[in-house]
Design a binder for this molecule. Structure first.
Ligand SMILES: [Zn+2]
Length: 463
């Protein structure tokens, strides 16, 4: 349904503008973004500054149900790898109805927290015994349904996962629900393409990582994907852990990002998820490839991954966006806060995330993450501009953290000083209201179904 909104202040791709009239068509695409306009009597007036909707470029929905449950010492030195054992145990029990309940609640949370789209890196494919479901797409369909019910934009990235380590190592028994042949993956993509098209979702592919996909399979899968959609997004986990870097060097003599750049057609369709551990040459080359760096600051902190060198990436002209990944935090503002604070702690400098054009760090980071997130999503969600989707967030100008401030200060306060309370009033996706007065209409029912599903699944040992 077409519609319009008047904002006294709105963050457009080149910065804050006054008296902005937004209008969109029946498809939810912006047809007018007029600045220095005047409010018309029949047009809704935003209750505060309007921000572009934030794409969440990396999500494993099912992990929302174990967020907060692995915060105890299980080994002498806990690490990503000991966390992964617990995550696998959980993943082995999930069924399609539970996944839909968990994902629906998660997507409602995302919308309430300022994310208007999500890239779902989906790797649990099969039944608990490792055999395909009667409908091979059962779990992917559960995610599509959850996104549709919540009203969040979706980029669905079925994950190709074949080996348990570099050099074609056999997968472990607890990876059996993830494993697919390349042919079976291409069949899945063919099955999902019309379903995605029908709800305005984008279909892509996610080779899980270099340790999980041999080179021949990578090439074959990329060729198959190109025959389905030559511009489809491609996401890959890369260089998240130093052990992964060491194993890659032992296998190939190269670091993971360098290997990928030398052996795959990495370009602007690609999202390099994490890319935490790169040397100076990899920063330069990966940025120049046009790929987006998929940064997940709260998850990377939670898992003890290490720190991405944001200034090196920005100075090399690299695109980037944010993802909530394991969902220890589902809040677009906090993800930006954690990204900036990591850089401050590492460099002993402040306002690292600014650009030459934009000295206000929250504004600069919001614009950067929206642009890169939209690119990684492969959807027209790149902010408040004609031709893009009418996806936007209205801040609550009466919230204590924001009241009486300028729009730039309000966004800064929303990111850095809202003390984990939400300063979001409304969220719109494709010109449709999804959150009003801070609440999604499914807030309570989705939460109740999530708690039920989590309780059914919780068999992790108590600490
Ligand atoms: Zn991930």
């Amino acid at each position: 349904m077409s519609g319009a909104l008047f904002a006294a202040d709105a963050l457009l791709p080149h910065g804050w503008r006054r008296n902005v009239h937004l209008a969109w068509d029946d498809a939810g695409r912006l047809t007018q973004v007029d600045v220095d306009s005047t409010a018309m009597p029949d047009v809704v007036v935003a209750a505060g500054p309007v921000l572009p909707g934030m794409p969440n470029l990396h999500s494993h929905a099912f992990q929302r149900a174990i967020a907060g449950l692995t915060e105890y010492r299980a080994q002498e030195r806990d690490s990503f790898w000991s966390w992964r054992m617990l995550m696998y145990r959980f993943a082995l029990k999930l069924d399609p109805m539970q996944l839909e309940a968990i994902a629906l609640h998660l997507y409602v949370e995302m919308l309430e927290a300022g994310y208007t789209a999500v890239c779902e890196f989906h790797y649990v494919h099969h039944d608990v015994d490792g055999r395909p479901y009667a409908d091979d797409a059962a779990l992917a369909v559960a995610l599509l349904r959850a996104a549709h019910r919540a009203g969040i934009g979706l980029t669905l990235l079925p994950v190709l996962y074949q080996t348990g380590g570099f050099g074609g190592q056999s997968p472990q028994a607890d990876q059996r629900r993830f494993i697919r042949s390349t042919d079976s993956m291409l069949s899945l993509l063919e099955r999902l393409k019309p379903l995605c098209d029908a709800q305005g979702a984008r279909l892509g592919l996610a080779p899980h990582s270099l340790r999980a996909v041999p080179q021949a399979s990578l090439n074959e899968a990329l060729a198959g994907l190109a025959s389905i959609d030559a511009t489809a997004p491609i996401h890959i986990h890369i260089a998240e852990q130093t052990r992964e870097v060491d194993d890659c060097i032992a296998w190939s003599g190269q670091r993971p990002v360098a290997w990928l750049l030398d052996h795959a057609p990495v370009d602007a369709r690609w999202c390099l998820v994490h890319a935490t551990h790169m040397d100076a040459d990899e920063y330069r080359r990966a940025a120049a490839s046009g790929a987006v760096a998929g940064l997940c600051p709260t998850t990377e902190a939670n898992l003890g991954d290490g720190l991405f060198d944001f200034a090196a990436w920005r100075d090399a002209g690299g695109a980037w966006g944010i993802g909530s990944d394991s969902h220890v935090c589902v809040n677009a503002a906090e993800e930006l806060l954690m990204l900036e604070y990591g850089q401050r702690l590492a460099t002993r400098a402040r306002n690292v995330g600014t650009t030459a054009l934009q000295p206000d760090v929250a504004t600069a980071m919001t614009l950067g993450a929206v642009a890169g997130g939209a690119q990684a999503s492969g959807r027209a969600i790149g902010g408040l501009a004609v031709g893009q989707q009418a996806d936007f967030v209205v801040l609550d100008a009466t919230h204590i953290a924001l009241a009486g401030l300028t729009p730039t200060q309000m966004l800064a306060s929303h990111v850095f000083a809202s003390h984990r309370s939400s300063a979001i009033d409304a969220v719109w996706v494709g010109g449709q209201p999804r959150v009003a007065a801070g609440r999604h209409v499914l807030h309570d029912s989705a939460a109740a179904a999530f708690v039920t599903a989590r309780s059914q699944l919780l068999v992790l040992e108590a600490p």
